[in-house]
Design a protein around this ligand. Structure first.
Ligand SMILES: C[S@@+](CC[C@H](N)C(=O)[O-])C[C@H]1O[C@@H](n2cnc3c(N)ncnc32)[C@H](O)[C@@H]1O
Length: 181
């Protein structure tokens, strides 16, 4: 679990499968969001073991496209979601997956590397016809502690690319983006 930050001083109040997976509350929020806005095309970058993938796919509302660079992780993620039947996994960088998808994306969960990966994914999402009207983009790992540098890069990119943003004060930090209208 993440260390306390000024905006999230008690991270022990959240639950997590392991240090790399999303908080359970975050994946439950993703599932609730799928039920709320009913996205047809959902993208996740950074499948890892597929916990978030499973929650994005479980409502059976949209098709989930998930990208993971590590083939062993991707296999475990796909095995976890096999019974659901609406998940397509790609052993690919997240930005490359976004470039490849030929349908407008309604919901994206960017959870890949904390290097430049997610900034590149945000840039790819701004390509022609990539996002549907009102699409929601969520970027993980944006707290003001361990992820302060990442958060700054995400905020700078969001501002430069014309996204409005809302910050959720979770242990790892979650930033919601939407194109300005
Ligand atoms: C924090 S974990 C993802 C956790 C997962 N989304 C969850 O909610 O349980 C980050 C994953 O992103 C993968 N990764 C790193 N850089 C990537 C990139 N550029 N494209 C796709 N996956 C990447 C890592 O191998 C790792 O499995």
């Amino acid at each position: 679990m993440s260390k306390p930050t000024k905006e999230c001083p008690n991270p022990e109040r959240w639950r997590c499968e392991d240090g790399y997976s999303s908080e359970l509350e975050t994946v439950e929020f993703l599932e609730a969001l799928v039920n709320l806005v009913k996205p047809k095309v959902i993208v996740e970058t950074g499948s890892y073991l597929g916990f978030a993938t499973f929650h994005l796919a479980r409502p059976q509302i949209g098709t989930v496209f998930t990208a993971e660079l590590d083939p062993t992780y991707l296999k475990e993620a796909m095995d976890r979601c096999l019974e659901l039947g609406n998940v397509h996994g790609y052993c690919l960088g997240g930005d490359k997956l976004i470039e490849k998808i030929g349908l407008p994306i309604d919901l994206a969960f960017l959870d890949s590397g904390v290097d430049d990966s997610r900034v590149n994914e945000m840039k790819a999402l701004k390509g022609p016809m990539k996002l549907s009207a009102g699409a929601i983009v969520l970027v993980h790992d944006t707290n003001s502690g361990d992820h302060a540098g990442h958060r700054k890069r995400i905020y700078d990119a969001a501002d430069a690319l014309g996204f409005v943003r809302v910050q959720f004060n979770t242990p790892r930090g979650l930033t919601m983006l939407q194109e300005k209208t």
